[in-house]
Design a protein around this ligand. Structure first.
Ligand SMILES: C[S@@+](CC[C@H](N)C(=O)[O-])C[C@H]1O[C@@H](n2cnc3c(N)ncnc32)[C@H](O)[C@@H]1O
Length: 310
């Protein structure tokens, strides 16, 4: 008989236990990396997301990239977005991460993978492929992160909390995050929005890709992308740990918070999963989600672009 799969609450409790152990975060990374095959990162998906940011930011006016400074919060395991942005011509970049996840072994495999996407980068930034290839050839032999950072003009700050970046006010042209905001509590997110408003230049832009789904549904097909919406707030607080925290905010919550904090929403692209829609129709939702429309609850990913209001 195949071994019984752990239920979602059992997985949450395992991660909660790990979060209290010395080296618990490393153990969690090893377990999820090996058993769930989440590592090495899937660079091609991150390249797609980096191109989504680039395309939208260009469409909203960031065309002359060479003179611009970008801030990425939560790059995670490899500087994939930052290298795509460098190849596209972005001048200077700040990368802030609360944890120092970058590994040299991921850097080399990421750079190799990027060689297959140079024509896509060229198409998005309407530049000759030869120019992008020249930039790539200048950095492809980077032996480690410090060399790459020097060649690409990246400043990797980790461990560092983006809540208090220390960057000068009005010094950044664009802020990006990819699969980060859903892991941040409502209060901290409010603080981050205030900080991004401070560091962005007048009219500066933000581009955020947010995954609203129950992350366990990524590898367990027996649960739906909205499975976690059945837990009440107190139960969710009990199940949550620093290793697997998810705020469960929906797209409408982010849009309201961005507006409250002085940003004008320029673009929203939402993906709705049919599995989520049918699950919402039949499941018993926690009270705090009952007032949200089934369509809003079933949005699994959003791409939101917003501008600092002057
Ligand atoms: C799920 S990972 C996303 C990694 C990567 N962007 C990707 O697409 O694979 C979330 C990242 O956000 C970082 N993070 C969360 N809160 C942060 C904060 N306040 N300041 C800086 N980094 C933060 C975490 O350390 C982690 O590296």
């Amino acid at each position: 008989m195949p071994p019984r799969q752990a239920t979602p609450p059992e997985r949450h409790l395992l991660q909660k236990t790990l979060s209290y152990l010395p080296y618990g975060a490393d153990l969690n990374t090893a377990i999820s990396g090996r058993l769930l095959h989440t590592l090495p990162p899937r660079y091609s998906y991150t390249v797609d997301r980096a191109l989504t940011h680039l395309q939208a930011l260009r469409r909203h006016g960031l065309l002359d990239l060479g003179d611009t400074t970008w801030l990425e919060v939560g790059p995670g395991w490899a500087p994939t977005c930052a290298v795509v942005f460098h190849l596209a011509g972005v001048g200077r970049q700040w990368l802030y991460d609360k944890h120092r996840y970058f590994r040299t072994q991921y850097l080399h495999s990421m750079l190799m993978e990027l060689s297959c996407h140079l024509d896509r980068i060229a198409a998005v930034c309407e530049t000759e492929v030869a120019t992008i290839r020249q930039r790539y050839e200048r950095i492809e032999a980077a032996a480690d992160l410090s060399v790459l950072a020097h060649w690409c003009d990246l400043a990797y700050q980790a461990p560092a909390d983006a809540l208090d970046s220390g960057l000068p006010g009005s010094s950044v042209d664009a802020v990006t995050t990819t699969l980060v905001l859903e892991h941040i509590s409502r209060d901290v997110l409010r603080g981050l929005l205030r900080e991004w408003r401070r560091v962005l230049k007048p009219g500066g832009l933000m581009s955020h890709i947010v995954d609203h789904s129950d992350h366990y549904s990524h590898f367990d097909r027996s649960i739906s992308p909205v499975h976690f919406l059945k837990f009440s707030a107190p139960t969710w607080a009990l199940l949550s740990s620093s290793l697997s925290y998810c705020n469960r905010l929906r797209e409408c919550d982010y849009l309201a918070m961005f507006s409250e904090q002085g940003f004008e929403i320029c673009h929203v692209a939402s993906d709705t999963d049919p599995r989520a829609l049918s699950a919402v129709a039949s499941m018993s939702l926690a009270p705090e989600f009952c007032t949200i429309s089934p369509r809003d609850l079933s949005i699994t990913t959003s791409h939101i672009v917003a501008k600092k209001r002057i």
